[in-house]
Design a protein around this ligand. Structure first.
Ligand code: IMP
Length: 191
């Protein structure tokens, strides 16, 4: 089955392909979708469904979308669904170094560093069927970047399960415990 990955984020696509080994996942641009879907939902699940539905409609193919973000306990769950847009006032959306710097600044005096990554995935078929799943991974926010692997907030997220930051982890190790790995694993079980 050919599925369109409803994301323009090359890192996410790479992780999705690695986790869903065997599935034929084509980038949305290759399937003819170059638009932007406004993420107006209040939850990761709503946004994943918005993206998957829009890309399925535009391409006529089954579409798989992920919406994800970092939720920090001491910040009441922020940046949450605004993770990609966190530092938008200071730089372009999705500017990872800016997002991380703003997060570290906002947490300068905070001792409780507990946080989790959350991910919702949605697979929407042209016949109207919709499958969804969610996943989380827990850890703590470091005081500075550690490691250069991954993307987004990976260098400041210390994974409780791996005992290192996602920025220090290999792709394989991250995918084995990550929010995206878990959400996609749960989706595959439902298929
Ligand atoms: P989305 O495209 O709206 O789902 O944006 C998710 C944002 O959350 C990304 O731009 C990253 O900043 C952050 N994020 C989501 N998943 C990860 C991850 O696995 N590692 C690091 N940052 C992530």
């Amino acid at each position: 089955m050919t599925v369109v990955a409803a994301t323009a984020n090359a890192h996410k696509l790479r992780e999705m392909r690695e986790i869903l080994r065997g599935a034929e996942l084509i980038p949305e641009a290759e399937a003819g979708f170059t638009g932007e879907v406004e993420e107006t939902g209040e939850t990761f699940l709503e946004n994943a469904l918005l993206k998957a539905r829009a890309v399925m409609k535009a391409t006529g193919l089954p579409a798989l979308a992920d919406d994800s973000g970092l939720c920090v306990d001491a910040l009441g769950g922020a940046p949450g669904v605004y993770s990609a847009r966190y530092a938008k006032l200071f730089g372009p959306e999705g500017w990872s170094a800016g997002n991380r710097a703003l997060l570290l600044k906002n947490m300068e005096h905070i001792k409780d560093r507990r946080a989790y990554f959350a991910c919702a995935v949605a697979l929407v078929y042209p016949d109207g069927r919709e499958l969804t799943a969610e996943g989380r991974t827990y850890g703590r926010i470091l005081y500075e970047d550690r490691g250069e692997n991954g993307f987004g907030y990976d260098p400041v997220f210390y994974s409780d399960e791996l005992g290192c930051s996602f920025g220090e982890a290999s792709e394989e190790a991250k995918n084995a415990v990550s929010h995206r790995g878990r959400a996609l694993g749960a989706l595959v079980k439902k298929l």
